[in-house]
Design a protein around this ligand. Structure first.
Ligand SMILES: Cc1cc2nc3c(=O)[nH]c(=O)nc-3n(C[C@H](O)[C@H](O)[C@H](O)COP(=O)(O)O)c2cc1C
Length: 383
């Protein structure tokens, strides 16, 4: 796919994400992971410490602003706002697909739609973003990665896998033939953390082991539960009246993939994965889900759609603080839940998994079916 077509798709994605319903509304598997509250908790909300680090960089909160946008002058404002936001709260952030930075004829304003994020957040943790498909299709993938990383002076790069969207877009899609050797070469050549991310379909242990062994620095396991790129694709093909009908057309693969919680458990419950840093996202929408993900082994919790809608509310209303209020409420909610469990730190939460959690329903079946042990016999490390 040419960059121009991709750009149209990206503008389209943003529009669809804001105007249509691309969210999963099925079962919330976080509910299967029950943490028993501590009625005698000695922890006060004011004592809770959420500070953490990611690849050696200190952060105030284990929150990650998921990749959203860039590549169009009209989108500069979004990345500017997100840069200011991440700096103010000292949280990590991703950036939208940087494919638009590649090629010889890229105009400065396009580059600036990305670089503005670094300008506004000079000391922060920012991860660059390119698709695995882009690497597969490029002869100059090493220079491409170096270029996009330099533009935002990134602390690392996320290379994302979107197998479902790739086939929906191109029926003759050849998958990721040749990706692993290229990735290996990239890791040997470029001295920057490379994080492999899944968009909407999730990752499992079998996916990540080989990638970890060749030197990948961590994973963003984005599973089923929130925004679906496949649903976005379905909606992009519907007419207004089809969308507005009582039950808008659904396609069988709209929410295909592994739920976020199952992906996380499949990776984090195995002691051999204890050294692997994990960003976890895909449908995390409140503090209780975030706390459970941290307890299960997430190092950073990623939010994309909730941030997009809050920040869009702020545009045109400079005194509104929807995005900031959203984060402050989320942090308050996270701290409240931690206090109720009696956990002062993320480390405390991890220890509670051994003694104060029960797994129900289909998630329990997943644990059995994947030969996982629960409760785990070890406490997952912080990274
Ligand atoms: C409008 C929109 C654009 C996105 N663009 C990108 C992108 O360019 N690169 C990427 O890796 N993920 C992209 N994502 C995926 C998000 O970063 C995130 O992984 C996904 O939305 C799941 O998280 P959520 O359920 O919190 O939205 C995009 C998501 C949305 C809603």
């Amino acid at each position: 796919m040419k960059a121009k077509d991709f750009l149209n798709m990206q503008m389209n994605s943003l529009e669809i994400a804001l105007k249509d319903d691309i969210q999963y509304h099925g079962r919330d598997y976080f509910k299967d992971f029950y943490m028993v509250p501590n009625s005698l908790s000695p922890v006060s909300i004011n004592d809770i410490d959420l500070s953490c680090s990611f690849h050696g960089e200190k952060l105030n909160y284990p929150i990650y602003v998921g990749s959203l946008t860039g590549g169009e002058v009209g989108l500069t404002k979004i990345n500017e706002t997100l840069g200011n936001f991440a700096k103010k709260y000292k949280i990590a952030q991703g950036i939208g697909d940087q494919i638009h930075c590649l090629g010889n004829t890229v105009k400065d304003p396009i580059i600036q739609s990305y670089s503005i994020m670094r300008e506004k957040n000079p000391e922060g943790v920012i991860l660059s973003n390119l698709s695995a498909k882009c690497l597969v299709q490029s002869e100059t993938y090493i220079e491409d990665v170096q270029k996009v990383v330099d533009i935002v002076k990134a602390n690392g790069i996320e290379i994302y896998l979107s197998p479902l969207r790739d086939v929906l877009w191109d029926k003759n899609d050849f998958g990721l033939v040749g990706f692993i050797p290229k990735l290996k070469k990239l890791i040997e050549t470029i001295d920057i953390p490379i994080i492999i991310k899944s968009v909407s379909t999730g990752l499992c242990n079998d996916d990540i082991r080989n990638l970890w062994d060749i030197g990948v620095s961590g994973f963003n396991i984005g599973g089923v539960g929130g925004t679906s790129f496949a649903r976005m694709d379905t909606l992009s093909h519907l007419t207004l009246s089809q969308k507005q009908s009582v039950s808008p057309i659904k396609r069988p693969l709209d929410f295909f993939g592994t739920p976020t919680v199952w992906s996380l458990l499949d990776i984090a419950l195995r002691p051999e994965n204890n050294d692997i840093p994990l960003i976890v996202g895909g449908g995390i929408r409140n503090g209780l889900q975030a706390v459970k993900a941290l307890a299960m082994g997430a190092d950073l919790i990623s939010f994309a759609y909730p941030i997009l809608i809050e920040l869009t509310e702020d545009f045109g209303y400079p005194k509104e603080r929807n995005l900031e209020r959203w984060l402050e409420r989320l942090i308050f909610h996270i701290k409240t839940v931690m206090a109720l469990f009696g956990a002062q730190t993320i480390e405390d939460l991890r220890s509670l998994v051994k003694s104060r959690t029960v797994i129900f329903g289909r998630t329990k079946e997943w644990i059995n079916g994947r030969n996982l042990a629960f409760p785990p016999k070890f406490i997952r490390k912080l990274h």
